[in-house]
Design a protein around this ligand. Structure first.
Ligand code: HEM
Length: 334
């Protein structure tokens, strides 16, 4: 064999040797990796996780797949979203039916034309700051939870995306004035909201709704308002705490903690939104003369007599308003 022939045989053999594995490879399957992932997930027992290797200090970031995430997602779609829908739509319908049956609660003696200060400018500013921030938080929260079903279909993907982004920014920033106002509200009004025996009577008499012309006595806040006050303080406190954990998730130990905080946030917020819907109804269309308390800060004396007779007595005793006889004559406050 000549040297030239030997060299040619060597080159041919080497070429065939190197190319053999390449020829043995399967054609590329673009879904192979996801198929493998599914097989891995199927093989996982509940509570197990597929983790990778990472070089950053936060060890939690190593989790790649967690089947328990699906339980959380299922709960969100199947329970949380429905609870929110039922809470909002159910309350709105109940209020509508109530309004159709009972109508507006009138000032029975008519307006007297004399007023008494119910809330000062500071109280009203805190109330409206809390109210506006809560309403934007509620609307942007509802959008994140169920906006894809009710807003996206008529707004389209792009506009819905921009709106949701702006809503999320508003949600993050308005949470701060809301939390501050909840704390101020607590300090400002807690002394008027300690439950007492009068509240039981007020509740038994249905707040005066059961018998026409009969109104249970109440001080500055009646039992219904005390429920709203504590609902705002406790509910607002819990929704704030869970919201802060979602905003700063590194204070939590695991994704499961984050998921629990998210579920708590959604459920407590749903309860609060339903309660506030009722509160807005009572404060506006539901009760004649109530809104004045939070706009001008002055309420009609006859309104005060009907809804907060003991508070009016206290104010009369302080000389905050003059008592008038049936003929309109002014008599000194006792
Ligand atoms: C358009 C929205 C709202 C309106 C028209 C409204 C109206 C009123 C009115 C008229 C009062 C005074 C009732 C009285 O004289 O005793 C009041 C009190 C109060 N509001 Fe609002 N409010 C609104 C939203 C909110 C929101 C969003 C919150 C909290 C998240 C809130 C929390 C309170 C609390 C704690 C009180 C004292 C307790 C009570 O009277 O029920 N309000 N509101």
């Amino acid at each position: 064999m000549t040297l030239r022939f030997k060299l040619a045989a060597l080159v041919l053999g080497a070429t065939l040797g190197f190319s053999a594995p390449v020829m043995a490879q399967q054609p590329v399957n673009p879904t192979a990796s996801s198929v493998q992932e599914q097989q891995l997930l199927d093989a996982l027992k509940p509570g197990e996780t597929i983790s990778g290797r990472i070089s950053i200090p936060d060890a939690r970031a190593a989790d790649l797949e967690k089947p328990s995430n699906k339980t959380w997602m299922g709960f969100n779609l199947g329970v949380s979203d429905r609870v929110m829908g039922v809470a909002l739509v159910g309350t709105a319908l109940a209020l509508l039916v109530f309004f159709m049956v009972k109508g507006r609660l009138a000032i029975e003696a008519g307006r007297s034309g004399r007023t008494i200060t119910r809330f000062n400018i500071f109280e009203r500013t805190v109330h409206w700051t809390m109210a506006t921030s809560f309403i934007v938080l509620a609307l942007s929260g509802i959008n994140v939870a169920v906006g894809r079903y009710i807003v996206m279909p008529w707004l389209g993907y792009e506009a819905f995306g921009s709106l949701t982004y702006l809503g999320k920014l508003a949600h993050n920033y308005l949470a701060w004035p809301f939390m501050l106002c909840v704390v101020i509200t607590f300090v400002m009004w807690v002394r008027h909201n300690i439950p007492n025996r009068l509240d039981l009577r007020w509740l038994k008499e249905g707040g005066g709704l059961l018998v026409k012309g009969k109104h249970p006595p109440a001080k500055k806040f009646n039992a219904g308002q005390k429920i709203v006050f504590w609902g705002v303080v406790v509910g607002g406190g819990l929704v704030s705490a869970s919201g802060l954990l979602l905003m700063f998730p590194w204070f939590l130990n695991s994704a499961t903690d984050w998921q629990l905080a998210q579920i708590a946030h959604a459920l407590i917020a749903s309860g609060m939104m339903a309660m506030i819907l009722g509160h807005i109804y009572i404060g506006t269309v539901g009760t004649e003369g109530a809104l004045d308390a939070m706009t001008s800060g002055q309420v009609d004396v006859n309104w005060a007599e009907q809804h907060h007779s003991l508070w009016l007595e206290e104010e009369l005793a302080r000389g905050a308003v003059q008592r008038r006889g049936p003929g309109g004559e002014v008599t000194p406050a006792e």
